[in-house]
Design a binder for this molecule. Structure first.
Ligand code: GLC
Ligand code: CA
Length: 553
């Protein structure tokens, strides 16, 4: 068993600050808005809150482009507001995680401005700047957000590297001076009483700097070459140094945004003495029930997911803890990705929740998920705000899709779907603000909102609370945190069933189909939670209703 750490008991919650709660009615969410809802987060059972970036930013990538690490962006409040948030959260047993964006800064950061203004400045070497070749960029890498990954520096033949938008120049981690500055900044924030960090895009800090052109893979003559700019050989030296300098002694929770595809490397990256506590990995995120291949047979979608999910769980047993999540600010809403549209309702949403919440690992809820918020497809591309959305749209047109088809595709897969303001109540603008918000509220807020669900004992919100209570029940907590996940009844199509084999044996079975399902089980001693009827164990079989989930021992 793993050595116990405080964060093993985490039920995490992600706040996307622009869209959480606007306290001063300027249309943008803010820190005082977060403070207003701390009691509700506590009631939900949350004890760690990760906030997407709130540092000073020109907001080209909605905060993931930081121009001053030491200052809170005025649209979110002041540094004092943030310290107040940390303290108010701590009073309620909640720790705050900041988002650590250290693969790149904003192009408005002083370092970058200095680097451009003065070619002899030390800051030049804080970034990745290279000579172009024959009037072209140093090579044909494509940025993750589309277009060349290089931007020419005005009046020169030099280019800077940006794996994301051109407003986000990549930092040069090869430079020890830069690394030192980052560690000092990290320590500064830890000294304010943080619980830790979610660490952005960290897999990209090491690149294969051979800068050769690679075979183009699209009509733009560019290439996306993950093997050159993700998890490149040698990254461990940087990650290990950061751990030793600022993480180990501070006993913090660090969640890296990264895939670690080779299971043999899991201990190195997020084992007991790994670089991080745990990771947000994306093994499940390319999958969507809306993909053509699943249209006719939605159950094959569940089967594919189940196979992947269990393979990972079983390999993690006894070794590491992953985070388990359905949603974040880079993905469309989970209900739209996992459940056929006509079947999105309390039962399917709660079954989906039960399915992931009791797996081995750290469950994380994304704002609005607990009330079943869904995607908000747009009638026109102009209603979107995010640069990658436009790049993807242009690419679809280049690939030959019509404007309608391209918009449809964007509506399905666009990350902005999860960024609509949280629906707090049925008043105008959903109680998020009293003025028109920075991004439109989903018009379904009359039917889906927090206030209504709070008072309804049978709501999804209250179901999430019950799940949290169960996960934290002292009699079962050890089992839920540390025990092995052992899948069973895997041959039943659309049935996701696993046993947590600990001090107690706890069984989770979710019927992820719209049909009744019979699952043979040896005994049912006590039902701990279900989203449906309880008298369903007859003659050795559980008779589950469509989308019924059950947890029992
Ligand atoms: C991460 C963030 C995403 C951001 C990108 C660049 O993937 O989650 O929102 O755009 O990094 O910082
Ligand atoms: Ca505001």
């Amino acid at each position: 068993m793993l050595n116990k750490k405080w964060w093993h008991e985490t039920i995490g919650y992600q706040i996307y600050p622009k869209s959480f709660q606007d306290s001063n009615n300027d249309g943008v969410g803010d820190i005082q808005g977060m403070i207003q809802h701390l009691d509700e987060l506590q009631e939900l059972g949350v004890n760690v809150v990760w906030i997407s970036p709130i540092n000073l930013s020109p907001m080209v990538d909605h905060g993931y482009d930081i121009s001053d690490y030491f200052q809170i962006d005025p649209s979110f409040g002041t540094n004092e507001d943030f310290e107040e948030l940390i303290q108010e959260a701590n009073k309620r047993g909640i720790k705050i995680l900041m988002d650590l964006v250290i693969n790149h800064t904003s192009d408005q950061h002083e370092w970058f401005k200095e680097a451009l203004a003065n070619p002899n400045s030390d800051f030049r070497n804080y970034y990745v700047i290279k000579e172009g070749k024959d009037g072209l960029p140093p090579n044909n890498w494509r940025s993750i957000f589309g277009g060349s990954a290089w931007e020419q520096i005005e009046d020169t033949n030099e280019y800077y590297l940006h794996l994301f938008t051109k407003g986000q120049p990549d930092l040069n981690w090869e430079n020890p001076m830069l690394r030192e500055e980052l560690y000092q900044m990290i320590q500064y924030w830890l000294d304010r009483g943080l619980g830790g960090f979610r660490i952005d895009a960290i897999t990209h800090i090491k690149k294969n700097y051979d800068y050769i052109n690679v075979p183009a893979d699209g009509p733009d003559n560019l290439a996306t070459v993950w093997e050159h700019y993700r998890d490149a050989t040698g990254i461990g030296e940087f990650l290990g140094e950061m751990r030793d300098r600022v993480f180990t002694d501070n006993d913090v929770l660090t969640i890296a945004e990264m895939d670690v595809e080779d299971p043999d490397k899991w201990e190195e990256y997020f084992g007991e003495n790994g670089y991080f506590s745990t990771i947000f990995d994306f093994y499940h995120t390319p999958y969507s029930i809306q993909q053509e291949k699943y249209k006719e047979h939605p159950v094959t979608f569940i089967e594919d997911m189940k196979t992947k999910m269990f393979a990972k769980q079983v390999k993690a047993n006894g070794r590491v803890l992953f985070t388990n999540f359905l949603e974040n600010h880079d993905l469309p809403r989970a209900l739209n990705r996992w459940i056929p549209e006509s079947e999105i309702h309390f039962n399917s949403a709660s079954a989906l929740a039960m399915m992931y919440f009791f797996l081995r690992g750290i469950p994380v809820i994304y704002q609005g998920q607990e009330i079943g918020m869904v995607d908000y497809p747009k009638d026109s591309i102009e209603e979107y705000l995010d640069l990658p959305t436009y790049n993807n749209y242009e690419n679809y047109l280049l690939e030959g899709l019509s404007e309608d088809e391209a918009l449809h595709q964007i509506n399905i897969e666009c990350r902005e779907n999860s960024r609509t303001p949280v629906q707090w109540d049925a008043s105008e603008y959903a109680g998020f603000s009293t003025v028109k918000p920075w991004f439109d509220v989903n018009p379904n807020y009359h039917d889906i909102n927090y206030a209504q669900q709070k008072d309804d004992p049978h709501s999804l919100l209250n179901f999430y609370k019950k799940m949290a209570v169960l996960r934290k029940n002292k009699a079962y907590q050890e089992t839920f945190i540390y025990s092995d996940t052992v899948p069973f009844a895997t041959e039943i199509k659309g049935c996701v069933a696993y046993e947590r084999q600990g001090i107690e044996s706890i069984f989770v079975i979710c019927n992820m189909t719209n049909q009744p399902m019979q699952v043979p089980v040896a005994s049912v001693e006590e039902i701990l939670l279900t989203n449906g009827e309880t008298d369903i164990y007859v003659d050795g079989y559980l008779h589950l209703k469509p989308y019924q989930g059950i947890i029992f021992k």
